[in-house]
Each structure stands twice: as structure tokens, then as C-alpha cells.
Design a protein around this ligand. Structure first.
Ligand code: GUN
Ligand code: FE
Length: 421
């Protein structure tokens, strides 16, 4: 599609460079951004212009980590830490997705609510159930968003009702699912999804690496989220030097493999080195880390180490799908960390949070999350009329207020890879 959006434009070039432009023209040619201009260049004069008036035009946001089956119990059961929370609330709920009727109803709500957010790209966990996960993918495909979805693998340390019977059975089901879905959808692709180290045997991790290589798929999982979890990993894999080393030993953290790891609250220097060397993405999920009392991830340190980072909603340990909230929580948590834990790591700025939400996380999907030339055209149009104030605000200030105050009603338009959704 060729067209132009006109309005108050705001996008990131880098964590410290936020570009804003009043009455700017964002040009889309063949679904790719050609750049932002104060006047329409001659070459694009024939393109239709959609005038957004005073509205703010930002790049689409990426949610690098969320759990679709947990959307049903969002906002509930925040009184436990990770391992007890999984056993008390999460596993019983995920077990219900064996029932495809339940899955269809639940996933419909998840997909339609995700569509109403600023998110244009996402990495999403399903459950161990292949057919229900396919139903999730059907619902997501209908939204027009571009997503990776994982059928979860777990063959140990889980209740019988949510545990695959062996590594071999888990892998057979996964390959069958991949073969069914990999060419079925345009925008919804499979991803290898070992739940986390405690719920996967070494044999399963090894076999999942073979599947990853065979189909050349990206990988998502959890890493160093909670102290009890980290201790359990050490007990289960005593031969590994750290949590990340388990994934590394089995080839799931590797230069040949595109991987996103949720949380990374307690990564050691050795883990940071593994993440950096293998360009593993950290999905920072600050609200989840607060709700489960997991801790505060040292995001500035990871940025200094040049580890790629994006934000995640991590529903249902996070209560909301909004990446605006994840930005806000990332800033708030970084301030608490600076005040209470380590004053050598300065709090995150609004510009940095905006970068993580857009270009930082978006880069997992390619050239996504900015309006620089050559970026896939993902855009969101925001109307902040209902938040009018007597103050004269710059575009940056209006965008910052959106982060604190916006809800679905402020999101009035969305484009994914040049297509309006
Ligand atoms: N670690 C393993 N499974 C989960 C999950 O469902 N949510 C979170 N936050 N952490 C996990
Ligand atoms: Fe998670």
C-alpha cells in the first residue's frame, strides 16, 4: 500500500534520540516507511493523504512476552511468588485449554483485546495443547497483527494434568503442530517454547534444539526470574554454571538461533555475557516482576552491555496488555531500584522507555518500530483530546502523558506492515 499519514509524529532513533515533528508527513510505500517529512516530496505527491489533525502518530509497539491462556485470570491471584503462583493458579487454568471450546472462547477475547492496544507485534505463549494453540493462531491471524506463537513444552516438575508424558511425545506433538501451522497463516508464525528450565528435561531441551534447527524457528522462554526458581535450576542441572548456561548447553541460546528470554531479573555477569554474545533479547516485564515480588531487573546495566531489550506485558503475572503501562512500570521500577538497591544505575527516562517499547522490542521482528526509512510501516494513531489541559504541551510531553493516562479509547487507528487493522 502507498499512502501518507499527516499529524504530530513521534518516534525513536536511539534510546536517547526521540524525534518529534508537528504536522509531519509519514510516507508509506509498498508497506515500508519512506521517512517523515515537513512537506510531501515530489515522488509521493500522488499518494492519498490521511490527515490525522492534531493526533499523535507513533510506531507500533512490540510485546515480547505474554501468555494468552492466562488472560482469563488477569488481575487475580497476585498473593504468591512464582513457583507457588504457577501451581496454585496458572497450571490449573492452563489445563482447561485441553477443551477446544474453552480455548476458542478465551482466545477470542484475548485476541480482540490485544487488537485494541498499541501492540502491532508480539511473542505469545499458548499451552501444551497443539490444537488449542492452533485456535489461538487462527484468532490472532484474524486481527491483522504480526505474531509468533508457541505451543508450550513441559515434561517434568508439573502436575500430571499439565505434563507431557515424555520428551519424545512432547517433540512429536510439537513437530506435528509446526507442520500444520507453519504455512497456514500469513502473519502468525510458530515459535519453539520450552516453558522454562524446571519444567523441561535435558532430553527435551536437546530435542527442541534439533526441531529449532530443522525448521529454523525462533525460541522463547523464561530466564532468572525468581530466586527460588534459580535455586531449583541449579539443583536440576548441577553441571551447568548458571541458568542461562543450561539453555546455552542445549543450543537454545546460540548465535544461530533467535531467542527471547523473559524477565532476566537476576542475571550474573556470566549470563549477561551469554546474552550479549548470542544477541538474546531480554523481555523486560516490570509489572509481573512487581506482582510476583520477583525483583527489579537492572535494565540500564543490560543496555550498557548492549544486550537487546524489549518490553513484555507477561499477562497474567502482569495484569494488563498495554505496553504503555509496561513503559510506565519500567520507569517506576527503575527509580525504586536506583533509590533502594543501587544508585549507580540511573532510572530509565521516558525516551528510553519509548525506545524499548518500539524500536528496541520491534527489532526482534526485523526493521520494525521506527519511522526511519526502510522500516516496516507499523503505526498507531493516538487521540488525546479527552485529556486536554490548560497547558501548552509539546508532542513529547503529550506522548509522555499518553504513557501514564491512555487507555483503549485513545487509540483510534493502527497499521501493521502497511495494512490498516
Ligand atoms: N515461568 C514459567 N512459567 C511462567 C509463567 O507462566 N509466568 C511467569 N511469569 N513466569 C513463568
Ligand atoms: Fe511469562
Amino acid at each position: 500500500m502507498n499512502f501518507i499519514l499527516r499529524g504530530s509524529v513521534c518516534y525513536s532513533k536511539s534510546p536517547t534520540e526521540l524525534v518529534t515533528l508537528e504536522k509531519g508527513y509519514v510516507v508509506c510505500k509498498d508497506n515500508v516507511c519512506e521517512g517523515v517529512y515537513t512537506e510531501i516530496p515530489e515522488a509521493y505527491k500522488a499518494y492519498p493523504v490521511k490527515d490525522c489533525g492534531e493526533r499523535i502518530i507513533i510506531p507500533g509497539m512490540a510485546d515480547l512476552h505474554t501468555h494468552a491462556p492466562q488472560y482469563t485470570f488477569r488481575g487475580l491471584g497476585m498473593d504468591k511468588e512464582l513457583l507457588d503462583w504457577l501451581n496454585a493458579y496458572t497450571f490449573p487454568e492452563e489445563a482447561k485449554y485441553e477443551d477446544e471450546g474453552y480455548a476458542r472462547q478465551a482466545y477470542q477475547k484475548f485476541a480482540s483485546d490485544l487488537k485494541q492496544t498499541t501492540t502491532t507485534r508480539a511473542c505469545i505463549f499458548g499451552t501444551i495443547h497443539p490444537h488449542s494453540t492452533e485456535i489461538l493462531m487462527e484468532q490472532l491471524e484474524a486481527t491483522g497483527l504480526i505474531t509468533y506463537v508457541g505451543k508450550v513444552n513441559m515434561d517434568q516438575n508439573a502436575p500430571d494434568y499439565l505434563c507431557e508424558s515424555s520428551a519424545a511425545e512432547s517433540v512429536i506433538a510439537t513437530e506435528k503442530w509446526i507442520n500444520t501451522v507453519q504455512s497456514k497463516f500469513k502473519n502468525t508464525k510458530p515459535m519453539i517454547t520450552p516453558r522454562f528450565v524446571p519444567s523441561c528435561s535435558g532430553e527435551l531441551l536437546e530435542k527442541l534444539h534439533d526441531v529449532q534447527e530443522k525448521y529454523q524457528l525462533p525460541v522463547q522462554s523464561h530466564l532468572s526470574e525468581n530466586m527460588g526458581e534459580i535455586q531449583l535450576v541449579q539443583e536440576l542441572f548441577p553441571q551447568s554454571s548458571c541458568y542461562a548456561d543450561v539453555y546455552h548447553q542445549y543450543g537454545l541460546i546460540d548465535k544461530e538461533c533467535k531467542t527471547v528470554m523473559a524477565h532476566c531479573v537476576y542475571c550474573s555477569e556470566e549470563e549477561m555475557k551469554l546474552l550479549k554474545e548470542n544477541q538474546v533479547y531480554v523481555a523486560h516485564c516490570p509489572e509481573s516482576n512487581a506482582n510476583l515480588a520477583s525483583g527489579i531487573a537492572p535494565i540500564r546495566k543490560y543496555m550498557e552491555h548492549h544486550i537487546p531489550i524489549g518490553l513484555g506485558s507477561d499477562v497474567a503475572a502482569g495484569s494488563k496488555l498495554s505496553i504503555f503501562y509496561a513503559m510506565q512500570d519500567a520507569i517506576v521500577m527503575s527509580k525504586m531500584r536506583w533509590r533502594l538497591v543501587d544508585n549507580s544505575l540511573a532510572p530509565l527516562t521516558f525516551e528510553e522507555a519509548f525506545y524499548l517499547a518500539t524500536k528496541g522490542g520491534g527489532s526482534f521482528f526485523g526493521k520494525v518500530g521506527s519511522f526511519e526509512p526502510g522500516y516496516e510501516f507499523d503505526a498507531v494513531i493516538l487521540d488525546d483530546k479527552n485529556l486536554e489541559t490548560l497547558l501548552q504541551l509539546s508532542i513529547k510531553e503529550r506522548a509522555e502523558r499518553m504513557m501514564y493516562l491512555a487507555d483503549d479509547r485513545n487509540i483510534v487507528g493502527k497499521y501493521v506492515a502497511g495494512k490498516e487493522v
